[in-house]
Design a protein around this ligand. Structure first.
Ligand SMILES: [Zn+2]
Length: 200
């Protein structure tokens, strides 16, 4: 247990902030905060600048929603990629996992979430403004939403919306444990899931 009287307030505040990061408990946060306090002033300033500029410097690609430092991301502007296949993911972090798996050469579309009636998240809350327009130019769509209830509901909603399109719609398969959060899937599982996708 962290004793709040052990440290001055600024250090306690830093520990509390670090503990908000995923997978970081109070004790690890305490250790990291103390470690940061040993850094040189200029290194801390550099770290602080990176944090302050994070939102402004890392934006969303205007086409697919991937992380990008300019209007269009590196994947959308890469002419070597297969422009006829689009992989739909829930968040931009999943793109890095699929890319690391080396099993995919097409484009992406980031939904920015998934359908969740319980949390009042409907289709209007997802990044779908240019989605159908993109699908018109594609020949295959891979639905790589999570294999849990909301992820499946999102996948079936999208496939119904596109049922009139001349598009092969596939769903990622084995390799991803049921109920898993795809943001933390490993690349090997993701490669298997993409390679063994099935037609919906
Ligand atoms: Zn993009």
């Amino acid at each position: 247990m962290m004793n709040e009287n052990l440290y001055p307030d600024p250090l306690n505040k830093l520990i509390k902030t670090i503990a908000r990061l995923p997978g970081i408990g109070k004790r690890t946060a305490e250790r990291l905060a103390l470690s940061l306090h040993e850094w040189q002033e200029e290194d801390l300033k550099f770290f602080g600048e990176q944090l302050i500029g994070l939102k402004a410097n890392v934006k969303s690609c205007s086409i697919c929603g991937n992380f990008s430092d300019s209007d269009k991301c590196k994947i959308c502007t890469d002419s070597q990629r297969d422009q006829t296949i689009i992989c739909v993911v829930e968040n931009a972090a999943q793109i890095a996992i699929i890319e690391k798996s080396g099993s995919y050469q097409g484009l992406y579309h980031v939904l920015g979430g998934r359908l969740s009636p319980m949390n009042n998240i409907g289709p209007e809350n997802l990044n779908l403004s240019n989605f159908k327009e993109r699908c018109l130019k594609a020949s295959e769509l891979i639905l790589a939403t999570s294999p849990d209830f909301e992820g499946e509901a999102t996948a079936s909603f999208l496939s119904q919306e596109l049922s009139d399109y001349n598009l092969e719609i596939t769903r990622i398969a084995q390799g991803i444990p049921v109920g898993a959060d795809l943001s933390f899937a490993d690349s090997a599982s993701m490669a298997m899931a993409i390679n063994s996708r099935r037609t919906l």
